[in-house]
Design a protein around this ligand. Structure first.
Ligand SMILES: C[S@@+](CC[C@H](N)C(=O)[O-])C[C@H]1O[C@@H](n2cnc3c(N)ncnc32)[C@H](O)[C@@H]1O
Length: 412
């Protein structure tokens, strides 16, 4: 029996629709929220103004929702630099003429560079862990030239949109199996036949991304809108928000969605130090000494502890972090403000973790009132729907078939 009311609402299923039904993303990103949810829920609660926060903004789908509903001021936070790069590229207003000039300049300098061995000598290969395990010599050389030439561009804002296809090229031209979020290498016979056209792929992707930005994002970026995106966790003391629209992670990166691993090669090529450590600093990445014993999640964690105490600690780690994060968020929301969290309830050791109930409870502890939780069928999220929560190879169960839209209000 749920303590906080959950209503099955088929309006939010969007069966047959995908992320790109409304706004194509500029770059693949795991577990993106389909913007339709945010747009419809904001409309349902008649929210069209105020200062909006997304404390785990990922590639920024919540900002599309805000823009569609007339919200002018928004801020986002994410620890993953790749996510921030994608979000900034989408929501930074650029002068298209200047982008086109930079495109030509980049093309000329890349081709000039490739023609001349002498020029190539001055290029520095970035520090990438096990670089030749993931890339061929030729790919490393081509990527290094593109990176060098983008770095040479003067306009920092324009550079962002040029680095987005660079990141896609890194992934596409590496020996990773591209349909996986985690880093797995191709089979030797696939590697043998793998000879990607790095420069061709990059410039094709760059044109597509500029086109997509021009069609779907730029027209929404009106003069009086402000979207600030930070590559850091949301902290105390940034007060004055009226609304939170967000989709937090479902669990720790190691056993759910490995955002850090998905982004590791791109982040390293983009020059992010500690790119390999991101998963351990994301929510649920730290070790905790004991299991969570309070809140409505405790009962499920106790059951997990009965069968696997290590897993119970890992799961607890996530909920301790989530609780701390909600406490911080709650303190920075104005009275009368609304929070909307879109989450999944995962299963560990076949035990369901009611994250939606936990979120409502922690907000209520902070003086908020739970208004409603909608249940929607999950049919279109770009994430693994089956995994091995028992950690027995080959034994999989459906972890999440539904998502929950939790809405609370700060009643003070
Ligand atoms: C479900 S994804 C958000 C997806 C986003 N709504 C989108 O459409 O792209 C969750 C995000 O939380 C980020 N994250 C995890 N722990 C975080 C933390 N402590 N602070 C900020 N962001 C965090 C991850 O990097 C990931 O991008």
């Amino acid at each position: 029996m749920n303590k906080y009311n959950v209503v099955r609402n088929t309006k939010y299923d969007y069966t047959g629709q995908s992320y790109s039904s409304v706004y194509p993303n500029l770059h693949r990103y795991p577990a993106t929220m389909i913007p339709q949810i945010g747009i419809d829920i904001l409309k349902e609660f008649d929210i069209s103004s105020g200062n909006m926060l997304d404390p785990y903004c990922g590639s920024g789908s919540s900002f599309i929702c805000g823009l569609e509903c007339g919200i002018k001021k928004m801020s986002g936070f994410d620890i993953n630099p790749l996510a921030v790069l994608i979000a900034k590229a989408k929501f930074t207003k650029l002068n298209i003429k200047e982008v086109e000039i930079a495109y030509q300049k980049l093309r000329n300098s890349v081709f000039e560079m490739m023609k001349n061995e002498k020029h190539l000598k001055k290029i520095h290969v970035p520090e990438i862990t096990n670089i030749y395990f993931w890339f061929s010599d030729t790919v490393v050389k081509n990527l290094s030239v593109i990176k060098y030439c983008i770095d040479e561009l003067e306009n920092e804002k324009i550079k962002n949109i040029f680095f987005v296809p660079f990141s896609e090229t890194v992934r596409e031209c590496s020996y990773t199996r591209n349909n996986e979020f985690k880093l797995y290498r191709m089979k030797p016979e696939e590697i043998h036949n793998f000879n990607p056209d790095v420069i061709g792929y990059y410039f094709k992707k760059l044109s597509d991304i500029i086109q997509c930005y021009k069609l779907y994002y730029l027209p929404k970026l009106k003069k009086n809108t402000s979207i600030k995106i930070y590559s850091e966790p949301f902290k105390k003391g940034i007060k004055g928000y009226d609304l939170v629209l967000t989709s937090p992670p479902y669990g720790d990166s190691r056993t759910t969605v490995a955002y850090g691993q998905f982004s590791a090669l791109s982040n390293e090529w983009l020059g992010i130090s500690d790119a390999r450590k991101i998963d351990s600093i994301l929510m649920g990445g730290r070790r905790v000494p004991e299991i969570m014993k309070d809140n409505c999640i405790a009962d499920s964690i106790r059951k997990i502890n009965n069968v696997d105490s290590k897993r119970a600690l890992e799961v607890s780690s996530f909920y301790f972090d989530l609780k701390e994060s909600i406490n911080t968020v709650a303190k920075n929301i104005n009275i009368g403000g609304t929070i909307i969290y879109i989450v999944g309830n995962r299963t560990v050791k076949n035990i369901l973790l009611p994250t939606d109930q936990f979120i409502a409870e922690v907000f209520e502890e902070n003086g908020f009132k739970h208004l409603i939780t909608y249940e929607r069928a999950l049919s279109n999220k770009a994430m693994p729907s089956r995994n091995s929560p028992t950690n027995i190879a080959g034994k999989t169960v459906n972890t999440m078939l539904y998502e929950y839209i939790v809405v609370c209000k700060n009643t003070g």
